[in-house]
Design a protein around this ligand. Sequence first.
Ligand code: NAD
Length: 276
Amino acid sequence: MALNSLVTLNDGSKMPQLGFGVWQVSDDGAEAAVKTAIEAGYRSIDTAAIYRNEGGVGRAIKNSDLSRSDLFITTKLWNEDQGYDNAMKAIDSSLKKLGLEQVDLYLVHWPAPQRGLYLETWKAMVEIKKQGIAKSIGVSNFMPEHLTRIIEATGVVPVLNQIELHPKFQQPVLREFHEKHGIKTECWSPLGQGQLLEDSQIKAIAAKHGKTPAQVIIRWHLQNNFIVIPKSVTPSRIKENFDVDSFSLSSDEMSTIAGMDSKEGRIGPNPMTAQF
Ligand code: NAD
């Protein structure tokens, strides 16, 4: 697998398979972390309006030596901005903060079914893509019933669904749905927010390869053809998480990690019941 290998999305756009996430990073912290990430070789950055660090991400982009077309920038529409008109305003606000004319990928952050607005929001996303202000559009935390509803109503299939996925919570039902509909699976909290790094099975595999637990888990995501966006603010870890190209996991090792899946492994909110 080539470093920074690209995945082709269902609208023909390409995105790096391994990117960099900035949840729970301050605005200034995001500027510094994204600068380090870009220097380490990452070309895809994942932020969101609710992270309140689009400004910092934008400054890091502006100050980098790369041209805009070398970077793949994702941001997300927050739940309070759902609804057609609000969504059109929300992308504008995100673009201003990022200092960009276009994002590569715009995601609906959560279905928030209790608000009853995700279909209207998706219709706005379709318009946002048509106007070219987001090159690609997708969703996050959508369950099969939400995906089915927006696809049936608009005929437009999200390029990806960004969901909680890590060795302890492997989302077999959604993965199968995605496969069937040409939706890429993008994994958030890919390292289980760091909780999986002490797991004895992961540590044993890491020791065998002379790699770190984080590198083994990221490698597992890549070999499963997932898009993956680990986060760190520590320069050495940012580099380490990108340095995953010099080894591969055997099919036995892939199976061992597949066996860690648990129905109780969810760390974050359940999209069906989350109240925000
Ligand atoms: P993660 O699984 O990437 O874990 C990050 C944590 O793991 C770090 O804070 C650090 O404590 C630890 N860590 C990272 N690299 C390490 C290393 N090499 N060695 C030791 N420890 C290390 O968690 P995350 O930040 O929750 O998820 C990644 C990204 O996914 C986020 O930054 C964000 O962009 C995205 N995300 C999206 C949603 C969503 O609802 N769409 C939700 C959560 C996260």
